[in-house]
Design a protein around this ligand. Structure first.
Ligand code: CA
Ligand code: CA
Ligand code: CA
Length: 631
């Protein structure tokens, strides 16, 4: 497949917009070309809009839930049910860019942009993770012009856009015809008298390492055929681009039951009947590069957040990321950030997707057989990852539950063992270990306030906005949204009124400004100066402190001290009475730039710093001569 040939087969249908037509008309055209990019297939000029990704504050938006800027694309909308389409769109996000700019957001990560299964088992594809047509805009979110307009408006403000991408699976687009009767059966039974009773779900059968087998009354009858569905009303239609209609591009082994089994982890259908692509095939690798590079070429977006990375082979990530970087860089888009999501607490596993060591040369030679250009493969993978281990060990354990802070020190101490230490070729220029994406919550977990309190949330915000890496805020955090697990955590943002005066909003905005004002918070190396294994009534229970300095931060210095204890004031002092020591020189006056009164502390003759913090509070200390006024 040539670089762009996969899109060449789609016939233009003029300016016809899927969403603007009646659903039936759109579906009638689906096999003849309604799936193209709204009739606009020309590329736009690509530009590199970012310098250093560590300067960014990312904000995650579920497009369907953020702002409804265009009632004209609202179909199948039911705002009274959390798992239905609610009407948000790209035009709505564009209308709220000023709000996000004021908050200090610099980068917006948005839901997948392409067409989805509309609804499956009475749940809608509003989240964007049920791909049906990778080459068409999601008509609920707008057309290509609306997407381009929003991206351009963000760029005009100096903001960046990251799109969410899925390469592991498509929506529930086919069933396994296990009983060979040509249609989908959710349950099949024998008589129970002459034959055993058995249950089959042909949409989502359990994993079989041999591949799903067909079965007749006489026994097994070989691999079960797969049959693409043709249900226009719910957009269960054969996928696009056309290569995804080949049966052998799917693993066809059924639903993953045991995530600890590597075969199931990599090759099983994702729960919910999401059909797993065979991502070690050359045609699948090439199709995914084509599809996703194309979205950048059509819109000038600045990065990818990549879904479900642990369900896809490392060899795919090597091919995908390297070919995306090469293709975009050749067109003027450099420093394109690709970070991945593995919902996983194991740091060695999460970090393994950022390692750039060349694997076994024989493997690399085999993988290189997929290469159709002049650039050989190396060991590079992703530029960064979502820092899920920290979500569990710091956000949940410490800031929600008040457990001991030494687990944060230990977690950070293991970073060099687990994350890539070398920048990828044509990547961000930074090693992955410096661009971990730090978050408090997201669309896949209950919001912080569901299980935690506002003081804890403020501390967690202070933590992610001052630590090494790139902070990422889930939409509505600044408005105090508190929904529980999916879909309750996907509230309609418009119900908040986009107020800009609440305490959490102002706290977040202030932290954004401080991060921007002090290079140490973005570029400095990180050094833990106090952590405690104690969490009951000891003097230092709940205390955690770290410095940011050196690295690329010049002479900039910052010290963050946090008391995560939920019931007592604490002080960094051990049982022998020894205080915390810091690297700032003796006599340095450190000012708490979070405090309205300008509280300050002086470094003692042995480098010690004495500070007592109320429960669930923190300080951000800056040397007095460096303090920027007016924040
Ligand atoms: Ca709308
Ligand atoms: Ca059947
Ligand atoms: Ca897979």
């Amino acid at each position: 497949m040539g670089k762009s040939s996969s899109f060449g087969t789609h016939q233009r249908v003029g300016r016809l917009r899927c969403w603007a037509t009646l659903l039936g008309v759109c579906v009638a055209l689906a096999s003849s070309g309604c799936m193209d990019f709204g009739g606009l297939e020309e590329e736009i000029e690509l530009t590199t809009h970012v310098g250093d990704w560590r300067d960014q504050v990312i904000y995650q938006v579920l497009i369907d839930r953020f702002e409804d800027g265009d009632r004209g694309n609202n179909y199948l909308v039911n705002t009274s049910a959390p798992a239905r389409w609610h009407g948000g769109d790209w035009a709505g996000l564009e209308q709220r860019l000023d709000y996000l700019d004021d908050l200090g957001v610099t980068t917006i990560w948005i839901s997948p942009v392409y067409r989805n299964v509309e609804t499956d088992a009475d749940v809608d594809g509003y989240h964007g993770y049920w791909a049906q047509d990778f080459t068409a805009t999601n008509p609920h979110f707008g057309d290509i012009m609306a997407l381009r307009s929003m991206v351009a408006a963000a760029h005009e403000r100096g903001m960046l856009i990251i799109i969410d991408v899925v390469t592991n699976h498509v929506g529930q687009l086919f069933f396994y015809d296990i009983n060979l009767n040509g249609h989908a059966d959710d349950q099949v039974r024998g008589s129970g008298e002459q034959s055993d009773v058995f249950h089959i779900n042909e949409h989502d059968p359990d994993f079989d390492p041999r591949g799903i087998q067909s079965e007749t009354s006489l026994g097994e009858a070989g691999p079960a055929p797969i049959i693409f569905k043709h249900e226009p009303a719910t957009n269960h239609m054969p996928p696009l681009p056309p290569v995804l209609r080949r049966h052998d591009v799917y693993n066809r082994r059924g639903r993953t039951i045991d995530f600890d089994d590597p075969d199931q982890l990599l090759h099983g259908d994702f729960p919910g009947g999401l059909k797993d692509l065979n991502t070690s095939r050359c045609d699948v690798k090439q199709a995914m590069v084509d599809v996703y590079a194309r979205w950048v070429e059509l819109t000038d977006v600045d990065g990818f957040r990549i879904d479900t990375i642990k369900h896809v082979e490392r060899e795919f990530w090597r091919y995908f990321t390297q070919k995306i970087r090469q293709r975009l860089a050749a067109k003027g888009k450099e420093n394109f950030f690709m970070f991945g999501e593995a919902f996983e607490g194991r740091e060695d596993l999460v970090g393994s997707f950022t390692l750039t060591d060349v694997p076994d040369q024989d493997d690399l030679d085999r993988e290189s057989q997929c290469v159709i250009d002049d650039f050989a493969l190396n060991g590079d993978q992703l530029d960064g990852v979502f820092h899920f281990p920290q979500y569990f060990q710091a956000i949940r354990d410490v800031f929600q539950q008040g457990q001991s802070t030494d687990r944060i020190r230990d977690l950070w101490g293991r970073r060099p063992l687990n994350y890539g230490l070398t920048p990828t070729v044509l990547g961000t220029g930074l090693p992955p270990i410096k661009t971990l994406v730090n978050f408090i919550d997201n669309h896949d977990v209950a919001r912080f306030l569901f299980d935690g309190d506002e003081a804890g949330l403020e501390l967690a915000l202070l933590f992610i906005m001052t630590e090494d890496g790139i902070p990422c805020i889930y939409y509505g955090t600044e408005q105090g949204l508190s929904g529980g697990n999916d879909p309750a955590n996907r509230e309609d943002m418009w119900t908040t009124g986009f107020e800009q005066s609440g305490a959490l909003y102002e706290w977040t905005r202030k932290l954004s400004k401080l991060r921007k004002a002090y290079p140490a918070l973005r570029r400095g190396d990180q050094n833990v100066v106090w952590a405690s294994e104690r969490f009951e009534d000891e003097p230092d229970a709940g205390l955690f402190a770290f410095e940011r300095s050196g690295g690329d931060a010049g002479s900039s210095y910052a010290l963050v001290v946090i008391n995560a204890h939920q019931g007592q004031e604490s002080r960094p002092v051990d049982d022998q009475g020894a205080l915390m020591t810091v690297t700032a020189p003796t006599g340095t006056v450190l000012v708490d730039v979070l405090s309205a009164s300008g509280a300050h502390y002086t470094v003692g003759s042995a480098g010690e710093l004495d500070i007592t913090l109320p429960p669930q509070s923190g300080v951000l200390l800056i040397p007095q001569p460096d303090v920027v006024s007016g924040i």
